[in-house]
Design a protein around this ligand. Sequence first.
Ligand code: ADP
Length: 255
Amino acid sequence: TPLSGASLAVRGVSKLFGGNQALKDVNLLAEPGKVTAIIGPNGSGKTTLLNMVCGFYRTDQGEITLGKDRLDQLPPHRRARIGISRTFQTPNLPGGITVAEAVSSGRYMTSRASTWSAIFRTPGYRKVRRADLAEADRLLELAGLLHLRDTQAVALPLGMRRMLELARALIAGPRLLLLDETASGLDEDEVDRIASLLTRIRDAGATVILVEHNFRLVLELADHIVVLAHGEVIAEGPPAEIERNPRVLSEYLGT
Ligand code: ADP
């Protein structure tokens, strides 16, 4: 299924927490059909930037747009409706639902519902479920989880939960997919599986933003890398350039 990605533009965005400047005049352009990776040391502002794009935090200053849509004044559920999906480092899955149900519920992330319990109280959830489950099966097959469709979602090990999170983000047909440390704590096989799924999502036309510590994955997957340090963009470019950038090597890799 093609995904109609749109360019994400962050212009002059700053964020203060008390006296702590988490982001300082950040500019970034992420294009459809490309993976843009955001890297940088701990505390450099990566998660804050993701949270400003998905709407968990309001911008103090600057502008965020997806295609023609201005995002920065919208609450998270309105941004979700425009086609923004975000995954979490620790997927928070409720008890009592199966893997297939968990994936199909991703549809309702585009509604006003922002928490799991709200999703399962959404009127009509039971009614439209059947069609969603068929789509969920297709995505579970892509994620290599189809054989586990009737398993309790909470029972899955971390790597599989992350794949489930991706499938759940995908069922909403995202234009912009925001991934937070999606490979952390996974073994090499799991990282490879995530990488091939992300490659498909990118090639389907979505705009993908990856916040990631795993430098190997970033070099392998990213079309464009943005490096943050102390809340500022200190370098950006294709992997081959970033890999050799002396400032990046000293700030980010500590060498
Ligand atoms: P990273 O994801 O790169 O590790 P963060 O975006 O989490 O960095 O943090 C950037 C800075 O903002 C840090 O100094 C952090 O302590 C601060 N910060 C992040 N979120 C909050 C918050 N909700 N309240 C106060 N300070 C925060």
